[in-house]
Write a protein that binds this ligand. Structure first.
Ligand SMILES: [Zn+2]
Length: 71
């Protein structure tokens, strides 16, 4: 695991905590922001979507759970 210069440790730890709480600590390795994801990869902000899911998101800014549930 290498740390990326443009993400602070606080931000990394916040995302790691959220990913671990969701049962998927590996999500912390995804891009942190939509900008970092460069449009076509999933990213993980560690924040809830408007439906309260903590899961990776895609460029549509839909979270993975919302996508699966057609929300
Ligand atoms: Zn959602």
């Amino acid at each position: 695991m290498t740390h990326r210069d443009f993400e602070s440790w606080d931000e990394y730890n916040r995302r790691l905590k959220a990913a671990t709480a969701a049962g998927h600590p590996e999500w912390v390795r995804l891009a942190a922001t939509i900008k970092e994801a460069e449009g076509d990869r999933p990213y993980f902000t560690g924040k809830e979507c408007k439906h309260g899911h903590v899961s990776p998101r895609y460029k549509s800014s839909k979270c993975m759970v919302c996508g699966l549930n057609g929300l």
